[in-house]
Ligand binder design. Structure first.
Ligand code: XCC
Ligand code: SF4
Length: 636
């Protein structure tokens, strides 16, 4: 039996709609190498875990309830399904929040060292952004020196993490009425460290055993990510590395170049990538590459590291989360350097098979068997130069055949919130076409954020692409981040020409403005840009006085990570209807599920939705948008 299973042949078209990925899955299979797609097919997800009907928070358990009859049993301690599901969910949110806030903390560490003059390799690149961020949280900027403002900004933003009492600094950006709702329910975040600590405490055995109360702290923790850690990560990265502006850039594996030394950076924190950009442009290293017979050095990004520099600098992107293994099967990746998050342990073995040099760089994320070249922000080039040198070595001795899928997809990327805000309320390219007005007059029905991962349990990219197509067809403008943005970029939807796929109203606006119907905003921490755009929609006026009034919705149709759940929860807590696909860790019919899918909305927040069919997902989001339009009296 086991033998038979091993030999099982897969139809790779069922795994993915990304042609380059399918081609490389075939190659990997022919080379006798398997990926997460095969492993997922062979290992069914645990049904009890998927429904969040088990608890392993203490050694009286692990306890398993019956998902078919969830109230028939309780855990050994007496914990009900609602307690168990709420605690499990909250801990996933806590992990997601920790990931984003720790990333933000790293950016803040770099910023502090820049402000103190202890780092030479990074500097404040975008002074205008520094001033606007500082002003947005009440720091005096008029007539003051840049470094003085920067010092104050650092001190203020540190409170996002360490503050034990009061409200996090970016709470000042939240629309007044939304903030009032949070205050009423006691969920304005203090500091992320405190919120994560408290939710971990409260979800420990024998502490908070009231699912509603647990969900409150869960929301507070999630908000400490969205309006805290993630927002700091985005804003500080813009200050240090530049605020993205729309520009044409390319996505897909065809950007690997056979005659170049190819280096891929995969992970999340932009400091590694920024320094790698310097390294690959170093004349000495380029000369070395040429000496080794290469035409030059070619740098590409993957996952969020890639999405961020694609948006900020136009560095080509090789593919999203479910393409990180197969890109190595091209044989063209001379080196892959990773930092934190979404890095499959299997990449190490994959790299061994194809002779790719694989490097972990972050002290927080080593992988057994991987070569560790530690990255330090004080001497960043030490790490990145070494990676380049090793990549050149590998190029010189490329072991096997190189097969590069010849697919390159160009599109417009880099819609920062500044740029979206500008489009929302200002004039654009000389003509007066603010988005808010077009939402009110109905040309644009509403705005949807489609974001998040790809997941081998569902056909890669297909849900993202079908959902977005359906939304724009119905005049819903789509904003994107992360791996979802890459899926749509590969499908060609980031081009202004894609307006032909949009409904008449949206197409007209796109043509007037010269923008695509799908706006790429960057990495997952850049979901904070979408929050800021929502706040701006409220501020510009005509669409209600709180985020939950807006004709907007969100979705992560192929999510897999705890970070995605945290993002979902902060959008919900901010007032946005958020629909997830794949699976949702709760049982329909339980009180916890009802709270998440209905109750939260009644309390003045957004709410969760779930669907596995992209067209149904679109319908749910459009219905919600229409409901909000009706409530605003802007129907038709
Ligand atoms: Fe990871 Fe951020 Fe998900 Fe992609 S979208 S799989 S979290 S890289 Ni963020
Ligand atoms: Fe079981 Fe309760 Fe312990 Fe969870 S906390 S493992 S439900 S006894």
């Amino acid at each position: 039996m086991a033998e038979e299973k091993k030999k099982k042949e897969y139809n790779f078209r069922e795994f993915s709609t990304c042609e380059a990925t399918i081609q490389m899955l075939q190659k990997a299979a022919a080379d006798g190498v398997e990926t997460a797609f095969q492993r997922a097919a062979e290992m069914k997800a645990c049904p009890i875990g998927a429904d969040s009907a088990c608890c392993k928070h203490c050694a009286m358990g692990p306890c398993r309830l019956n998902p078919k009859d969830p109230y028939s049993k309780v855990g050994v301690c007496g914990a009900t399904i609602d307690t168990i599901a709420a605690r499990n969910f909250s801990r996933m949110v806590a992990a997601g929040c920790a990931a984003h806030t720790d990333h933000g903390m790293t950016m803040l560490d770099v910023f502090r060292e820049v402000v103190n003059g202890r780092i030479a390799d990074y500097k404040i690149k975008d002074e205008e952004k520094l001033r606007s961020v500082a002003a947005s949280i009440g720091i005096e900027v008029e007539g003051r020196e840049t470094m003085e403002i920067a010092k104050d900004l650092y001190e203020e933003l540190e409170r996002t993490y360490t503050q034990v009492e009061g409200e996090i600094p970016f709470a000042k950006r939240v629309p007044e009425k939304t903030l009032e709702t949070w205050r009423k329910h006691g969920i304005v975040p203090r500091g992320a460290m405190r919120e994560i600590m408290e939710i971990m405490h409260r979800s420990h055995m024998g502490v908070d055993q009231d699912y509603e109360n647990i969900v409150k702290q869960c929301s507070r923790t999630a908000l400490a990510d969205g309006w805290g850690g993630s927002m700091v990560a985005t804003e500080i990265s813009d200050i240090l590395f530049g605020t993205p502006k729309p520009h044409v850039a390319g996505v897909n594996m065809g950007f690997l170049r056979e005659d170049h030394v190819n280096i891929i950076v995969h992970g999340h924190e932009p400091n590694l990538f920024e320094s790698m950009i310097d390294s690959v442009n170093d004349p000495d290293l380029i000369a070395k590459a040429k000496e080794a017979g290469a035409a030059g050095i070619n740098l590409l990004g993957m996952c969020c590291s890639g999405a961020e520099v694609l948006s900020r600098h136009g560095v080509p992107h090789a593919g999203n989360f479910m393409s990180t293994e197969v890109v190595i099967a091209t044989g063209a990746a001379d080196a892959m350097a990773v930092d934190v998050q979404c890095i499959k342990q299997a990449l190490v073995q994959m790299s061994e098979c194809y002779g790719t040099k694989f490097f972990t760089t972050n002290p927080r994320a080593k992988i057994e068997g991987a070569q560790h070249v530690e990255f330090h922000e004080h001497e960043p080039r030490k790490c990145t130069n070494k990676v380049v040198e090793m990549a050149i070595e590998r190029f010189r001795n490329r072991p096997g055949r190189v097969v590069i899928p010849q697919r390159r997809d160009m599109g417009v990327h880099g819609f920062s919130h500044e740029y979206i805000n500008y489009m929302l309320g200002g004039t654009f390219r000389g003509s007066y076409t603010p988005l808010n007005d077009n939402i009110i007059n109905g040309r644009i029905r509403g705005v949807a954020g489609v974001v998040g991962c790809t997941n081998p349990r569902v056909k890669q990219d297909w849900y993202h692409v079908e959902l977005v197509k359906e939304l724009i067809k119905n005049n819903v403008l789509v904003v994107q981040t992360g791996c979802s943005q890459i899926a749509l970029a590969k499908a060609g939807l980031m081009k202004p020409d894609a307006a032909v796929l949009a409904g008449d109203g949206l197409a007209e606006v796109c043509e007037t403005v010269g923008m695509p119907p799908v706006l790429g905003c960057g990495s997952c921490v850049d979901n904070s840009r979408i929050l800021i755009a929502c706040a701006e929609m409220v501020r510009v006026g005509g669409l209600g006085d709180k985020i939950s009034d807006l004709p907007v919705a969100g979705a992560a149709p192929e999510y897999m990570s705890e970070k995605a759940l945290c993002i979902g929860q902060y959008f919900v807590a901010s007032g946005v209807y958020t629909v997830f696909g794949v699976t949702f860790p709760s049982l329909e019919g339980t009180k916890f599920h009802k709270l998440m899918f209905e109750g939260l909305e009644e309390m003045g927040f957004g709410k969760w939705g779930f669907a596995t069919d992209p067209y149904e997902m679109a319908r749910m989001m459009i219905d919600h948008i229409d409901k909000k339009r009706e409530a605003l009296g802007i129907m038709g």
